[in-house]
Design a protein around this ligand. Structure first.
Ligand SMILES: [Zn+2]
Length: 266
């Protein structure tokens, strides 16, 4: 058996292990940041939606109040004209116009009341939400029940958390950038080398590593595969000690003597 081929593969596993160690320093930070950013975007959308409704209400109220004041002004004018009316016909015509403006005012006031009711309902919903928060009954709180100030605080907290986590991750990335670059080059060189010398071994290696498994090549530990702890048959020990490899019957990993990993580290 050509032992140098397995040495090449152990070296690749050694380098991939080093890379894995660096990635594990990031402690799931990228995933954590993604989740926080999703929450942040959701909170922002909610705040924007609430602001849109509030702005629309303000605009509509202003418009209605202006219209009502205009109607009232017109009524005053019509009433003045009535005092100067020369006949009943003229007087009645003005009365009809006053009646029309009064109806307009009544309609406007109904619309103002609708807005006030909607605002009151929102306020009550938020009060209910605040009460649930005070009682720690968070699972009963619907999104629209969260009071504005709590939502704003939530936005600030999430923004700060995302910044902190990003700083932490950036620190790790910057700290390890040189090592990662060097390793990337070494790994790709090693892969090219093995593809030429032992492409079947690297196919096996890549196949094993195509799932969540990282360690395709493992050490023989107390006469067992250190990947899955299944015993390696005694008649294979000599071959492993001599620098060969054994395919674990249980997990399919490539089992080698630990000496090969020490050699790969040089
Ligand atoms: Zn195994």
């Amino acid at each position: 058996m050509d032992h140098t081929k397995i040495n090449l593969l152990v070296r690749l596993q050694y380098l991939d292990n080093l890379m894995e160690n660096i990635v594990s320093l990031q402690k799931g930070l990228p995933e954590e940041i993604n989740a926080l950013e999703e929450d942040l975007a959701f909170t922002k959308r909610q705040i924007e939606a609430r602001k849109k409704v509030a702005d629309e209400h303000t605009k509509k109220k202003l418009h209605l109040l202006e219209a009502i004041s205009e109607c009232k002004h017109k009524i005053l004018t019509f009433k003045e004209k009535q005092t100067l009316a020369r006949n009943n016909k003229e007087y009645d015509a003005l009365s009809k116009q006053i009646e029309y403006e009064e109806k307009e005012i009544a309609q406007g006031e109904i619309q103002l009341q609708d807005i006030a009711h909607a605002e009151q309902r929102t306020l009550e919903t938020h009060q209910k939400g605040r009460q649930l928060i005070n009682e720690n009954r968070y699972d009963e709180i619907a999104e629209d029940m969260i009071p504005d100030d709590v939502l704003k605080q939530q936005l600030e907290d999430l923004t700060r958390q995302v910044e902190l986590k990003k700083d932490e991750l950036n620190g790790i990335v910057i700290e390890t950038a040189d090592d990662v670059e060097t390793l990337k080059v070494k790994i790709s060189d090693q892969r090219r080398h093995i593809e030429k010398e032992a492409h079947r071994l690297i196919d096996k290696y890549d196949h094993l590593r195509s799932g969540t498994l990282q360690n395709a090549v493992v050490k023989l530990n107390r006469n067992a595969c250190s990947g899955c702890n299944t015993r390696v048959p005694t008649n294979r020990h000599t071959m492993i000690v001599q620098g060969g490899f054994y395919l674990c019957e249980s997990c399919g990993r490539i089992v080698v003597h630990e000496r090969l990993f020490d050699e790969a580290a040089d």
